[in-house]
Design a protein around this ligand. Structure first.
Ligand SMILES: Nc1ncnc2c1ncn2[C@@H]1O[C@H](COP(=O)(O)OP(=O)(O)O)[C@@H](O)[C@H]1O
Ligand SMILES: [Mg+2]
Length: 342
């Protein structure tokens, strides 16, 4: 059993979209999947057409109920635990000590008879719910939307995750996935280059393109594989399922790693420097798609501005698939070969 928590303290980056698509995608490829909606807003449940208010994660975390008693079949091979109307109370309750962060892990342990994968959609916060998602996970997946502010706070988040794990004796693989990606726009490519530079072994190979079908599907209570199986969104998430199953980062398989504070600090320093320069740019000088913004993001970091640095990034960029369906595990070519279908 592999437990995957999808988390980022920012809202609107694609956590729920990713959780829904991965849960169903993993089930469609023959796995027994349990999807958990850990966000009191109940978006994952609603996305899959379920009544998010029926008891689920709230009873598991507040009453010690067993997930097996509350999960309900959502699709073939896919069980769902909805958020439940009382889930917010987990954040509001005081007391209980550090044990409260481990409740989800304790509840999931021993479920390997029932599930091959557990996919947990975390809320956009950094409270006790996310702590439970973090401590239960074997893999953490951080969606990063390819927009102007995407990198802000990312290095801090990655460091915080590592520090919390180190302090509490947990350990997980950490992955990043680019979402809402526009292969032909310059700014998203600059964000991609930055991620490749600082997190080459953690960025999953497939970037999820911006695709209107992904935005429409939840309104019909359908996963992208039901709503538009021939869309770019379905193709991208099918490829992402394979990346995760095989641990395919842009630099090849991720090796199990323990906390490496110096490396984390170096990465953080570079990204923060880039972010700092970006913030220092004159307000409204050029806007996110203007010449100033991408220059600040793309050339602000340490290896920046040098021919070597740029070449390295370009070469690495070729290794990333922007939404190609994986055939035989091979990268599927350049983004320009995959015109955006909507
Ligand atoms: N790749 C994508 N293309 C188009 N729209 C997307 C994509 N990913 C997410 N969205 C839309 O962006 C919004 C935020 O996504 P969501 O998954 O709810 O983010 P989060 O769970 O991080 O708050 C939603 O309206 C969703 O439909
Ligand atoms: Mg969400």
């Amino acid at each position: 059993m592999r437990v995957l928590s999808v988390l980022n303290q920012k809202g609107g980056v694609g956590k729920t979209t990713t959780s829904s698509a991965l849960s169903h995608g993993l089930a469609l490829s023959g796995n027994r999947v349990l999807a958990m909606d850990l966000d009191p807003q109940g978006h994952l449940g609603a996305s899959l057409g379920a009544d998010s208010d029926r008891p689920g994660m709230d009873s598991v975390l507040l009453d010690g109920a067993s997930p097996e008693d509350l999960m309900r079949p959502a699709r073939e091979g896919l069980q769902l635990l909805t958020a439940g109307a009382r889930l917010m109370q987990v954040e509001q309750q005081g007391g209980g000590g550090p044990e409260r962060g481990w409740r989800l892990k304790a509840a999931i342990d021993g479920m390997s008879d029932v599930a091959d994968w557990v996919v947990i959609d975390c809320p956009p916060s950094s409270g006790l719910l996310v702590m439970n998602g973090l401590l239960a996970a074997d893999d953490l997946l951080v969606p990063v939307s390819s927009d102007f502010l995407a990198l802000q706070g990312l290095s801090t988040l990655m460091q915080t995750l590592q520090r919390v794990e180190q302090r509490l004796g947990a350990w997980s693989r950490k992955w990043l996935v680019l979402t809402r990606f526009h292969p032909r726009r310059r700014l998203p490519r600059e964000v991609q280059d930055k991620l490749l530079e600082y997190f080459p072994d953690q960025l999953l190979r497939t970037a999820i393109r911006d695709n209107v079908a992904l935005a429409e599907a939840p309104g019909f209570g359908q996963s992208i594989f039901e709503y538009q199986p021939d869309s770019n969104g379905a193709a991208d998430y099918a490829a992402l399922v394979e990346d995760l199953k095989q641990g395919r980062g842009t630099d090849g398989p991720q090796q199990p790693q323990r906390f490496r504070p110096q490396e984390a600090r170096q990465r953080s320093a570079g990204l923060d420097e880039a972010g700092g320069r970006r913030r220092a740019a004159p307000a409204g000088a050029s806007g996110p798609t203007g010449a100033g913004a991408p220059a600040a993001i793309g050339r602000g970091g340490p290896a920046a501005g040098t021919v070597t640095g740029n070449r390295t990034r370009r070469q690495r960029s070729r290794g990333i698939r922007t939404g190609a369906i994986s055939r035989g595990g091979q990268p599927n070519g350049h983004p320009e070969q995959h015109p955006q279908k909507q």
